[in-house]
Unconditional design. Structure first.
Lengths: 322, 250
């Protein structure tokens, strides 16, 4: 597969703040590429530079071979953009918004009606075609915004936090749509702070923290970074929070909550023996014992030192969403 | 090829203009600052004064074209910045000039449309007569374009609400009324006032409209049109430059 997006030392300064710090990476044609990182990591700024909404301070990038600064109009012709805020016109109907966007992207007049009808159908918006955009629910607004970004049939679709603030059903249908979109050959570049979303959807993921990309790889390869580490989860009949856990800590990092204990270990059999004797010594009865393989979240925490729960809390506090 | 591209850009500009007409013409700030404000100011100056209707109608026409045309950009652009719909233009394959031209056309149509009302009232009710159609058309059309471009230029001021642009714009619009021969004829102004009025685009608007409706003209229509054309180009270029600076700052 060819590289459709390439960046070399891409950097953005806002005064003394370095929002994006010398990012160099490649996105392959037809893949779903996830940009995963905590709030303020530089994900949105990177997208804004790639689509021409803001000018890079340093570095270069090409999209489909076009330089983002020298050949911006060509870049804009082959990309669709879905920002974090669903930004169609509240006063226009869904159909009017799509027609307006078709005009902005020079879609031939004789093709507009068919394309719009097909997009409305794909996104389940046919019945809402005459409804004002401002009156739609968050999920429907999101769908209409994505439909508008696809009206000119872009080869690359940029989505900034596409499922942020959506309910479960809307999130599921949107994720399925992105999988289907990939089958049509469209390259999808999206930012997210949901680790499991990146794991489920992406062919490759870039992890970005404080403006720097610290890893780019497939979810499997990223998980392999923490390979050899397992999490053993043990549920006891009574709480273990007050018990001294020093003897277990020699086997790995221990976390407890009420009557559940987690221990990160490299040798499962050794730790199981230790856990059994620990239970006997303290008169505890074991309800269940599970071994969990390392997840992308473990890899993310290992690489960044940022706990995923912290990412979500930050996002919720900020009130992200459409 | 070049011609085809220009036609395509003009079509996009028109699409932006018609979209703005639909969305912003009836927004409260457009109605307040584009229609109510000039009418209220006109009445407060005219009522009780011994101004003949033949002089009053051109004043009202000039004032409405001035306020209405220059209000649409300052209403639409800050709202679009706040709702991030302005980003839609910036990420589409159209030039910034096309976007600003579309927004200028929306202001132009609003200015001409609203100012046509007092012309029609004058003709139908007060016996006004069009004595120079070219002067009247240029006075309304060229001015509406120029003032719409002036509004777009002011809309480059940072701010995410119409008020943040319309207030500073009014600090310029209102003083212009007093040096532009709207309420005091240019020939009756002191010499420094006449110099100032020559530099004001509004002076040349009222001059052309007066001429078109049978009134007197101080500077001559050729100078009026030249000055208005100069301001139209200057406002368009300055507006473009300021919006580019804003975009770079983002």
């Amino acid at each position: 597969m060819n590289n459709i997006i390439m960046t070399e030392g891409l950097t953005k300064h806002y005064g003394s703040l370095v929002a994006v710090n010398h990012i160099s990476m490649q996105v392959k044609e037809g893949e779903i590429f996830g940009f995963l990182g905590p709030n303020g990591a530089g994900k949105t700024t990177t997208i804004r530079m790639l689509v021409g909404l803001t000018t890079p301070s340093e570095g270069t990038a090409t999209i489909k071979g076009y330089d983002i600064q020298e050949e911006l109009l060509n870049v804009k012709r082959c990309v669709g953009v879905v920002p974090e805020t669903s930004n169609l016109y509240n006063e226009l109907t869904v159909g009017e918004n799509l027609r307006f966007m078709a005009g902005m992207y020079h879609v031939p007049k004789n093709e507009r009606a068919n394309r719009i009808t097909s997009l409305l159908k794909t996104f389940g918006l046919t019945e809402r075609s005459g409804a004002k955009f401002g009156g739609l629910s968050k999920g429907l607004k999101r769908r209409a915004t994505i439909a508008a970004a696809l009206v000119h049939r872009p080869e690359i679709l940029f989505l900034d936090e596409p499922t942020s603030g959506l309910d479960v059903m809307s999130t599921r249908s949107l994720r399925q749509f992105l999988r289907d979109l990939r089958k049509t050959g469209v390259t999808v570049f999206f930012t997210t702070h949901y680790i499991e979303e990146a794991d489920q959807l992406c062919n490759r993921i870039a992890i970005i923290v404080k403006g720097r990309v610290i890893a780019v790889d497939t979810p499997e390869n990223l998980k392999a970074i923490v390979q050899g580490t397992f999490v053993v989860e043990v549920v006891f009949t009574s709480p273990v929070e007050s018990i001294n856990l020093e003897e277990l800590e020699t086997y790995g990092k221990v976390e407890v909550k009420h009557n559940t204990l987690w221990i990160r270990v490299s040798d499962v059999s050794k730790s199981l023996k230790a856990l059994t004797s620990f239970a006997d010594d303290h008169g505890l009865e074991v309800v269940s014992m599970n071994t969990v393989k390392p997840s992308l979240e473990d890899a993310f925490v290992h690489l960044t030192g940022v706990e995923s729960e912290v990412m979500l809390m930050e996002k919720e506090r900020r009130g992200g969403g459409a | 090829m070049r011609r085809k591209q220009i036609v395509r850009e003009l079509k996009v500009a028109w699409a932006i203009a018609t979209k703005d007409m639909k969305i912003y013409y009836l927004k409260t700030p457009s109605l307040m600052f584009g229609i109510l404000f000039p009418f209220a100011m006109f009445l407060s100056f005219v009522v009780g004064r011994d101004m003949p209707i033949s002089r009053a109608i051109p004043v009202l026409v000039a004032q409405t074209v001035f306020f209405a045309a220059s209000s649409i950009g300052p209403v639409s652009i800050p709202i679009e910045r706040r709702l991030q719909t302005f980003d839609r233009f910036l990420s589409a394959p159209v030039s910034l000039l096309t976007v600003l031209l579309g927004k200028t056309i929306a202001g132009f149509v609003y200015g001409v449309g609203i100012s046509f009302i007092p012309v029609a009232i004058g003709l139908a009710i007060f016996g006004s007569q069009i004595t120079d159609l070219v002067a009247l058309t240029m006075g309304m059309g060229l001015s509406a374009f120029g003032f719409a471009a002036m509004g777009i230029m002011f809309a480059s001021l940072p701010g995410q609400g119409p008020g943040q642009v319309l207030m500073p714009l009014n600090f310029v619009r209102i003083p212009l009324l007093f040096i532009s021969g709207v309420y005091v004829a240019v020939k009756d102004l002191p010499s420094w006032g006449q110099v100032a009025s020559a530099a004001s685009p509004l002076t040349h608007t009222i001059e052309l409209i007066r001429l078109g409706l049978g009134g007197e003209n101080f500077f001559g229509p050729a100078i009026n049109m030249a000055v208005l054309t100069f301001y139209l180009i200057a406002f368009l270029i300055a507006g473009m430059r300021f919006h580019i600076i804003n975009q770079k700052r983002d």
